[in-house]
Design a protein around this ligand. Structure first.
Ligand code: CAO
Length: 579
């Protein structure tokens, strides 16, 4: 085994670009060419892939860090030793090969001057876009007759790993458009013909800027003699499209081009909340505009009311001053005036989950039903099962002792209730503006885990097919991973229902926030012995407080009450599952 330093390769003109997404963590096995992180400048984002297969030993960058060519990204443990250098320069094999970065073509001064002085029709062709071949046009941002500016994006192309915006190297009016949605393009393909340089840059300063940013192919002699000038477009800028990858956690980047992301950032619009109307659900600038309009026009009135009710200090930190929702500004207080204070940055998890919680609290018309389940017999069974296990372990009959937890029984009971009331295991179909319900035929149950860094929700997949022992084992492993910060995105995604248990801590009832796009969540608190009237006398029974929050767009109050009653009946007597 050898340790390899992975550094940022030559990424062209990009300097001091921000790390906006970490796609791996220590302990992860990565394949060669697997993406490690995403960086973003104001114009583009790109994934930095690994040149080697190996295991991530440690990360050397954090979200928000600024990196440039040569910055150390991570240490990778790779098989073999002598063949691998301990530290690799960008050009060395340890880093992403040059071909992975946007190709750079150095323009000649002659080429530049021919660009800026020509006034005839101009053919715009696909530049050298590295290894990308037969990439699909997924967005055409211009049309015939459009006056385009220098560097305005013309089209977006997409491979299975990345999307690229192709900007214009010259200003002018589009006379002919040679590509349409769905076309496959390659280097050199003709994209459009400009009717001359209506606003061609002419000053030396702009020409110099062109020289640094716009690679221009040598002018073809034959064409130079005519009015047409063949211009090679700037090297493509790559943007990641992780939304296509089902294993990526819901916190991945929305499916949008860099310019749309920039536009959204400028307006303070959270892209994650926008439903894209473009190809494959891609978010366009029109989507960003209409989202902004709907917020400003009060179309999310319900949301505003909920926001006013739910506004808490933590919410303000996640949503700026609330102005985007039309709320009065959040009070900014100089607390130091009143006494000693200490400021501590929120953890990354808190920042991310805070934004999600705020969105869910605002967007979902949520109601919570409280009920109690009599778990006297179930708890007795759980305790005796654990005792039997321990005994059998001591006598050497059972080497792997699994502690059976109440949460494991709750998961099984919830699966039974979800089967009986399937709308609780559904999601609104965002693709059709919430006009349909998607009923899931799988039962992946998320459970909230308290970790030193904040709340995480690992998921027990296919809980309907697993027994109590297996669920208890998996839960123990996932909860440990959550506390150690080692959960993978896959282990946190795909839940169809969530349980938040505060049973081990205390309290009576609470109002959990739905984990969108799920439509309900069960909160569980500490069970206590209570006097329950059996018709003749009060009996001491162990009662478990349940708090079921549900989305009123999907579920009615009566259904929620039935779900809780049924859940209580199952927890009271699991044999009912068989009925
Ligand atoms: N009532 C009474 N006691 C309970 C109970 C309940 N409902 N649930 C668990 N307990 C007891 C258990 O019996 C156990 O006691 P012993 O140590 O004496 O055996 C103890 O609490 C710990 O229980 P456990 O090991 O079974 O753990 P758990 O399944 O309750 O919890 C986990 C696991 C990951 C859910 C928990 O560690 C956790 O993180 N809980 C917090 C979740 C949270 O933060 N929710 C809020 C989300 S909204 O902000």
């Amino acid at each position: 085994m050898a340790l390899l330093e992975i550094v940022v390769p030559d990424i062209g003109d990009f300097e001091e670009v921000a790390v906006i997404e970490l796609l791996v963590k220590p302990g992860d096995s990565v394949k060669a060419e697997q993406s490690l992180l995403t960086v973003e400048s104001d114009k583009a984002s790109m994934e930095i892939p690994s040149s080697h297969a190996g295991v991530v030993k440690s990360l050397k960058v954090a979200l928000g860090d600024k990196v440039s060519k040569g910055s150390l990204v991570l240490l990778l443990e790779v098989a073999g030793d002598a063949a691998v250098p301990a530290s690799a320069e960008p050009a060395a094999p340890a880093v992403i090969e040059q071909k992975e970065a946007p190709a750079q073509v150095t323009p000649t001064p002659a080429a530049i001057s021919s660009v800026v002085s020509s006034s005839g029709p101009v053919e715009l062709r696909v530049p050298d876009i590295g290894d990308f071949k037969d990439v699909t046009v997924i967005e055409v941002m211009v049309k015939v007759g459009d006056s385009i500016k220098l560097e305005q994006s013309l089209i977006t192309v997409e491979s299975d790993k990345a999307s690229m915006e192709i900007p214009a190297s010259a200003a002018g009016v589009i006379k002919e458009l040679k590509v349409k949605l769905g076309d496959k393009v390659n280097i050199g393909d003709l994209l459009a013909v400009l009717a001359g340089f209506a606003q061609a840059p002419a000053t030396p300063a702009i020409a110099a800027d062109l020289a640094s940013k716009v690679p221009v192919a040598p002018v073809n002699q034959a064409q130079a003699a005519t009015d047409s000038v063949v211009i090679q477009l700037p090297a493509a800028v790559a943007s990641t499209v992780p939304a296509h990858n089902p294993t990526v956690a819901p916190l991945g980047l929305p499916h949008a081009s860099p310019s749309v992301r920039k536009f959204a950032r400028e307006l303070g619009v959270p892209l994650a909340e926008i439903k894209g109307s473009g190809h494959k659900g891609r978010i366009t600038d029109l989507d960003v505009q209409s989202f902004t309009r709907s917020v400003m026009s009060g179309a999310v009135q319900t949301a505003l009311i909920a926001a006013q009710q739910a506004a808490k200090p933590a919410a303000a930190t996640q949503a700026g001053d609330g102005a985007a929702l039309g709320l009065i500004p959040w009070p900014k207080v100089d607390f130091a005036k009143f006494g000693p204070i200490e400021r501590k940055e929120l953890s990354r998890i808190k920042k991310i989950s805070g934004a999600n919680l705020l969105r869910n609290a605002i967007m979902i018309p949520a109601v919570t039903n409280h009920d109690d389940a009599d778990i006297t017999d179930l708890e007795a069974f759980r305790v005796s099962t654990n005792l039997e296990n321990e005994k059998s372990a001591k006598s050497g009959n059972n080497t792997s002792v699994v502690k059976v937890t109440m949460l494991a029984f709750l998961i099984k009971a919830c699966v039974a209730a979800l089967k009986k009331y399937p709308e609780f295991n559904s999601s609104l179909d965002a693709e059709s503006d919430n006009s349909a319900l998607i009923y899931k035929q799988y039962y992946h149950i998320g459970f909230a885990a308290d970790t030193p860094n904040g709340l995480m929700v690992p998921v027990i997949k296919d809980a309907d097919k697993k027994g109590i022992f297996q669920i208890s084992t998996e839960m123990g492993e996932l909860a440990k991973k959550a506390r150690d910060g080692k959960l993978s995105p896959t282990e946190m995604s795909g839940a169809s229902f969530t349980i938040s248990s505060l049973g081990g801590i205390g309290g009576r009832y609470f109002t959990p926030i739905i984990n969108a796009p799920e439509v309900s969540i069960l909160g569980v608190c500490k069970s206590t012995i209570e006097p329950i009237w059996d018709g003749k006398a009060f009996q001491p029974r162990l009662m478990l407080p349940l708090s079921l929050t549900w989305d009123h767009r999907v579920i009615d109050g009566a259904a929620a009450a039935r779900f809780n009653v049924y859940l209580g009946q199952i927890l009271g007597d699991f044999r009912r599952v068989l009925l």
